[in-house]
Design a protein around this ligand. Structure first.
Ligand code: ADE
Length: 230
C-alpha cells in the first residue's frame, strides 16, 4: 500500500477524485482517504502546511495503514537558475534548513543526536518516478537533487542565496524533510516529488498563485503514473 501526502487541498484533491473504492478514516484531525489509485492500493491525505503537520500526518499514516512507502507530493520554490517554473524535482535527499544548533558545535541543519545529516530518498522510487515522468510529462524537465525544508515561505533573494550557499539545495518547501524524517525513524522508504511554482525570490509571492495550478497538474500526473507502476 502506497502512502501519499500533500500539504494543501489543491495538491491532493485531484488524486482523491481519481480514486475508487474509497474509505475515509479520521485520525489526528486529518482525513485519510484509502482506495485504489490507478489500480494500486493507496492512502491519500492532506497534512496541512509546515513541518509539524507533516510529521504528525506521516506518523498517523504509518500507524493506521500498512504502507510500504511514503510519497510527498506538491509544489516548491526553485533554488537553481536551471530549474524552471513547471519543472519537476525528485529528491535525492532532504534536510530541515531551519534546524540550528550551531551554538553547540553542530553544523547548520544538523539535528543533534541523529546519525544522518540529511534523509536519503529511496533509489527504487526515484527510478520509477523518473521513468514515469518521462512518459507522462515528456516536455517537462526532471531534476534530481536536495530538497531543503523549513517553516518559511522563501521569497527573498538573500534567503535563497543563503539556502544555496549552506545546503546546495535544488528546491525549497515546507514539509518534505519532516515527512522524510518520520519515514526514516520508521524505516519506511520515501520520495519527495515537487513541481516548481516559483523561484523562491522577490517574485515568488506573485508567481506562486499564477503557476500553482499548472505545477500541481504536473505532479498529479506523475503520482498517478507512479501508483500504476508500484
Ligand atoms: N512552496 C512553493 N514555493 C515555496 C517557497 N518559495 N518557499 C517555501 N515553500 C514553497
Amino acid at each position: 500500500m502506497l502512502g501519499i501526502i500533500g500539504a494543501m487541498d489543491q495538491e491532493v484533491a485531484k488524486l482523491k477524485e481519481m480514486m475508487t473504492e474509497v474509505e475515509i478514516t479520521k485520525a489526528a484531525s486529518m482525513e485519510f482517504c484509502k482506495g485504489k489509485l490507478n489500480g494500486t492500493e493507496a492512502v491519500v491525505v492532506r497534512a496541512g502546511v509546515g513541518k509539524v503537520n507533516a510529521a504528525c500526518c506521516t506518523q498517523a499514516l504509518i500507524d493506521h495503514f500498512p504502507v510500504s512507502c511514503v510519497i510527498n507530493t506538491g509544489i516548491a520554490g526553485s533554488l537553481q537558475a536551471s530549474i524552471d517554473i513547471g519543472d519537476i524535482v525528485l529528491a535525492t535527499d532532504a534536510l530541515e534548513h531551519d534546524m540550528d544548533a550551531v551554538s553547540f558545535g553542530y553544523g547548520l541543519g544538523q539535528i543533534p543526536g541523529m546519525e544522518v545529516f540529511s534523509f536519503t530518498a529511496d533509489e527504487k522510487l526515484r527510478k520509477i518516478a523518473k521513468e514515469g515522468c518521462e512518459k507522462v510529462n515528456p516536455d517537462i524537465s526532471v531534476h534530481e537533487g536536495r530538497v531543503v525544508t523549513g517553516d518559511q515561505f522563501v521569497s527573498s533573494k538573500e534567503k535563497k542565496t543563503w539556502l544555496v550557499e549552506h545546503f546546495d539545495g535544488c528546491c525549497t518547501e515546507m514539509e518534505g524533510a519532516a515527512i522524510a524524517h518520520v519515514a526514516y525513524l520508521n524505516q519506511i522508504p520515501f520520495l519527495i516529488v515537487r513541481a516548481i511554482s516559483d523561484k523562491a525570490d522577490d517574485s515568488a509571492h506573485m508567481d506562486y498563485p499564477t503557476f500553482e495550478a499548472k505545477a500541481i497538474e504536473h505532479s498529479v500526473r506523475l503520482i498517478t503514473e507512479m501508483a500504476g507502476r508500484l
